[in-house]
Design a protein around this ligand. Structure first.
Ligand code: BF8
Length: 648
């Protein structure tokens, strides 16, 4: 990119991009330049390399070739590729969930020192959801049975995943009628791989049915299991103030960045960083203290539960190291760039991998032993502390770039904030949607992508939505982008929100943009939507709600799985940057339109964030019209009688 400013809207990133250039360090934007122009067949989703007669490519402009060696056409190739991506995304979330379940069972067995059941209330409600009897059992026994029941969800061969029953009844019936209720998490993922092998499923609509079933196994399966059990283990999040961006790095302290997705080790690293002996060691090495910061979803997890600052989102991982102030970066799984080894090699940063599933050639590997997590965490912190005196290049910390934010809005917390401690309820939210102060709800989630200006699309889209009275729920890197812009504090309501949304936010003291956690926590958005349906007055299915979803800077296969479980749950979902089936006309038309008749939700693709907001708002308005609440947008104070009228 010729214009450096096109790389990011974040001044902290631009400062360090400049430093990287001066230090002759290559970043992802440089590699994108090297890779450009990228393969058009790959971009359009019509390259097949599923057998050794290929790779075969179909000309998306209708000229030859139109068939692969086996006779496959563009529709089948793109549908298979799309399905394989969803399988990979669902696998990533669900394998994370498996690790959580295993740690949960071991915690219940008392095998992991330092871990305990922090939220007994949530454990009991989980037990009730799963039909686990609590009669005469202590917490550990209930936890063990809950853990085992959830572990079985992975290997089930038939029946229905347990959390399907949490969805609105009408949605469950629709899934059954469509034959897309997931049976077992692993089974659905394996079936994706089978169906996409050469010579198996050749019907794009049938392939999309499996896409829906697998994505649902993620959203209402793996991701939901991870969220629920992490809440029980580490505590259900409640609103907490934190700070965000690279200005959180401290020049005179040992800086440790935890990066990745599994909060198990990071929880212990946080504990170790407060250890008196290690703090004394830090002092001995000339440091004023030990500072922990997070990147990617691990950041969201430890922010929500401990208020640990967030250093940045996906595209900030390299530049964090370029600051020269990161003494150790600890990575586990997902969204960790292989280039970190090269970048860390240019500075003094110790790059430490911790998960046997994700080792980096050239990085130090320190396996996280669950049986003794504090030992591994102490070792990691010690490495960082001892590395502090080795800072060899100029340290540049964009100290001005640090913003306050509020995180930790679980769907239970929204209930409490809006309804009050003794009458927790979604009623006030529903009422404010019905009376038009809140026009609708949007889930804006997902990644950064080096192909578009970092954070710009998230921030522009979310500002546009809240200005139009749409309450925004966020997770993942999107939440971090908007937090840096100052949208995740209550004051943002007065500054950026439309009058109706601002009025509601000011009345309850909440931001117009609610941080709901990491990417597995998109399951919280499903639960919030379900709670709104169950509260009544806004239809009887998620697809009736004035709501929409978006991932304007997506890049990962996990994002595709999330998007598809939003669609299969009845939500209109818009993705930006690029769309992976554009070379297959019929499949694309089906995903953008025909699928709505079956699922009540559909996809859209739009690269302009303002137009994306318009699509979402139009959809919200259509749903309001169908519910007969579109007229309620004039601001009127309703008495109880009028309110009852609206609900009938
Ligand atoms: O799972 S939003 S870049 S960090 S994939 Fe990755 Fe995308 Fe960020 Fe978390 Ni989610």
């Amino acid at each position: 990119m010729a214009d450096e400013k096109r790389k990011s809207i974040d001044p902290a990133v631009l400062t360090l991009v400049e430093k990287a250039a001066a230090d002759e360090v290559m970043l992802c934007w440089d590699r994108l330049d090297e890779q450009s122009p990228q393969c058009g067949y790959g971009i359009a989703g019509v390259c097949c390399r599923n057998c050794a007669m290929g790779p075969c490519q179909i000309n998306p402009f209708g000229d030859a070739p139109q068939k692969g060696v086996c006779g496959v056409d563009a529709e089948t190739i793109a549908a298979r590729n799309f399905l394989r991506s969803i399988a990979a995304g669902a696998a990533a979330h669900s394998d994370h969930a498996r690790a959580v379940v295993e740690a949960f069972i071991r915690t219940a067995d008392g095998e992991i020192p330092g871990f305990e059941i922090k939220d007994e209330q949530k454990l009991l409600s989980l037990a009730m959801d799963l039909g686990v009897s609590i009669e005469g059992k202590d917490t550990a026994a209930v936890a063990k049975e809950v853990g085992k029941t959830l572990r079985e969800q992975f290997g089930r061969q038939d029946g229905e995943l347990a959390f399907i029953a949490k969805a609105p009844i009408k949605r469950q019936e629709l899934w059954r009628a469509q034959g897309i209720v997931p049976r077992g998490i692993d089974r659905e993922i394996v079936e994706c791989m089978h169906r996409t092998h050469i010579g198996v499923d050749q019907d794009y609509k049938n392939l999309m049915k499996q896409a829906s079933r697998t994505a649902l196994a993620d959203g209402w399966g793996g991701s939901m299991i991870a969220t629920e059990l992490q809440d029980v283990l580490f505590g259900n999040p409640v609103p907490i103030v934190g700070s965000v961006n690279l200005g959180i790095l401290e020049p005179d302290q040992v800086n440790i960045i935890v990066h990745g997705h599994e909060p198990l080790l990071s929880e212990m690293v946080v504990a170790a960083s407060r250890d008196k002996e290690l703090l004394a060691l830090a002092k001995e090495k000339g440091a004023a203290g030990i500072n922990i910061g997070g990147i990617c979803c691990t950041a969201n997890e430890i922010l929500m539960r401990h208020g640990i600052p967030v250093a940045g989102n996906f595209l900030q991982q390299e530049v964090a190291v370029v600051s020269g102030a990161v003494d150790a970066m600890i990575v586990d799984v997902q969204c960790t760039l292989q280039s970190l080894t090269d970048v860390a090699g240019c500075y003094h940063t110790a790059l430490i991998t911790t998960n046997p599933k994700a080792r980096f050639f050239g990085a130090r590997h320190l396996e996280f032993d669950e049986a003794n997590p504090l030992v591994a965490a102490r070792e990691i912190v010690t490495i960082a502390v001892e590395n502090f005196p080795n800072r060899k290049r100029k340290v540049v910390i964009p100290t001005d770039n640090k913003t306050d934010m509020v995180a930790g809005f679980s769907h239970e917390t929204i209930n409490y904030i809006l309804g009050g401690l003794f009458r927790g309820s979604y009623r006030p939210l529903n009422d404010n949607i019905i009376n038009g102060r809140i026009r609708g709800i949007a889930g804006v989630v997902g990644c950064n992508n080096a192909k578009v200006t970092h954070d710009e699309h998230h921030v522009t889209l979310v500002k546009e939505l809240i200005a139009n009275d749409v309450l925004v729920l966020q997770t993942g890197c999107s939440a971090v982008a908007c937090a840096k812009e100052g949208l995740l504090v209550p004051e943002a309501a007065t500054r950026y929100a439309g009058p109706g949304l601002a009025e509601v936010c000011e009345a309850v003291g909440m931001p117009p943009v609610l941080h709901m956690g990491s990417c597995v926590d998109n399951s919280r958005i499903l639960m919030a939507a379900t709670a709104v349906v169950k509260e009544g007055g806004l239809g009887d299915d998620i697809s009736d709600l004035p709501c929409a979803g978006a991932a304007p800077e997506w890049m990962s296969e996990k994002a595709l799985s999330i998007g598809h479980y939003f669609v299969a749950s009845g939500i209109f979902t818009v993705f930006g940057v690029t769309w992976p089936t554009l070379g297959a006309k019929h499949l694309t038309e089906y995903l953008f339109s025909g699928i709505e008749e079956e699922l009540g939700g559909k996809w859209a693709f739009e690269t302009d964030p303002v137009k994306t907001a318009r699509l979402m708002i139009d959809h919200i308005d259509q749903k309001r019209h169908k519910l007969g609440i579109d007229k309620a947008r004039e601001r009127v104070l309703y008495d109880m009688e009028k309110r009852r009228e609206l609900e009938t």
